[in-house]
Design a protein around this ligand. Structure first.
Ligand code: ADP
Ligand code: MG
Length: 318
């Protein structure tokens, strides 16, 4: 197959979206934004053996590539709308492409995100880059730089699970419910899309946890020029993580990447509303700290500061 057959065969489904005025097949996509909304634009690239192991099934690679972008939009409080896919392939393998596109569309269809175009190239390593566009009420975007002293720090779900799951996947220890849960957290991240849009009314600032809870908390604190406390005894740990990684659970929860949970800050007087939203969405939300004047994230155990420093995953870092 040549490039054009490939695109037509795997990436040219009917979008069913009247706001995709021109989709796959022309030089550019023409998209019709909703009146009065701002657009939010994100891009996330996944490189084989950097972001995922080469043994990961193609459908999971497709699913994750979309989910990580959904998560960035969720952290902005944005509704996802459209995406473009830039794909670099070492070879053309029909089975692989078919599974990859199934996974990609599964993640996109769940949130009615239309694939409106892309780019396909031949290259030495598998690289999947998704550019996603969402929209948001102009007053509502949750920015990283907007945390306020006095805010409480919240976390959806639990962290450390995906990093533990990746370890298990690479070791091939995937038997049992607890392992299946953790491995699933790496293979099929569930971006917090619906709750992200609802939280935007109450939260001042948000970031999605992709590089590790501590590192991302530190980023949020630095962007907002505030101090952010993380109370270790309050950080939720999943039963599966406690069961299979009893000794490392806390460190994994602070440093493990790829969880795609939301870390957000909100005034204390919106706690009841936030809890109501979390209950309605059936997403756990836990208050794990506070924002105060100062700079950077600090961990506390039983009220005492604990020295902890983790820069998170950094490309190009020696
Ligand atoms: P051009 O030569 O004008 O850059 P391309 O040959 O790269 O166009 O792409 C042809 C059409 O197919 C364009 O509409 C582009 O958006 C779309 N496309 C290319 N690759 C993909 C892909 N992987 N997924 C979705 N659409 C794609
Ligand atoms: Mg062209």
């Amino acid at each position: 197959v040549d490039e054009f057959d490939l695109i037509h065969r795997y990436f040219d489904r009917d979008t069913g979206d009247a706001d995709v005025v021109v989709g796959v097949g022309d030089d550019g996509a023409v998209l019709c934004p909703a009146a009065g909304r701002h657009l939010v634009s994100v891009v996330d690239t996944s490189v084989e053996n950097v972001h995922f192991p080469e043994s990961l099934p193609a459908a999971d690679i497709g699913f994750r590539s979309v989910a990580v972008n959904l998560s960035d939009l969720a952290a902005m409080g944005s509704r996802p709308r459209w995406m473009l896919l830039a794909l670099t392939l070492p070879k053309v393998d029909a089975d692989w492409l078919s599974e990859f596109s199934e996974g990609l569309y599964a993640a996109a269809d769940e949130h009615r995100v239309a694939l409106a175009g892309g780019d396909t190239t031949h290259g030495g390593t598998l690289v999947v880059s998704v550019h996603m566009i969402g929209d948001v009420d102009p007053q509502m975007a949750m920015r990283r730089d907007a945390a306020m002293p006095g805010d409480e720090v919240w976390l959806t779900g639990s962290t450390g699970d995906a990093a533990a799951g990746l370890r298990l996947f690479q070791e091939g220890s995937v038997a049992g419910d607890a392992a299946a849960f953790l491995v699933g957290r790496f293979r099929r991240p569930r971006a917090r899309v619906a709750i992200g849009q609802k939280l935007a009314r109450f939260a001042n600032a948000a970031i999605d946890v992709s590089d590790g809870l501590f590192a991302d908390a530190h980023k949020l604190a630095q962007s907002s020029s505030v101090a952010l406390s993380l109370h270790l005894e309050r950080i939720p740990l999943s039963p599966a993580l406690c069961k299979l990684f009893a000794d490392d659970a806390e460190v994994l929860s602070l440093t493990g990447g790829d969880d795609y949970e939301l870390l957000f800050t909100a005034p204390a007087d919106s706690a009841a509303e936030i809890q109501r939203i979390a209950d309605a969405e059936a997403v756990p939300a836990t208050r794990i700290g506070q924002v105060s004047t100062g700079i950077g994230a600090t961990c506390y155990r039983d009220g005492n500061p604990v020295s902890f420093d983790d820069p998170g995953y950094r490309h190009f870092h020696e």
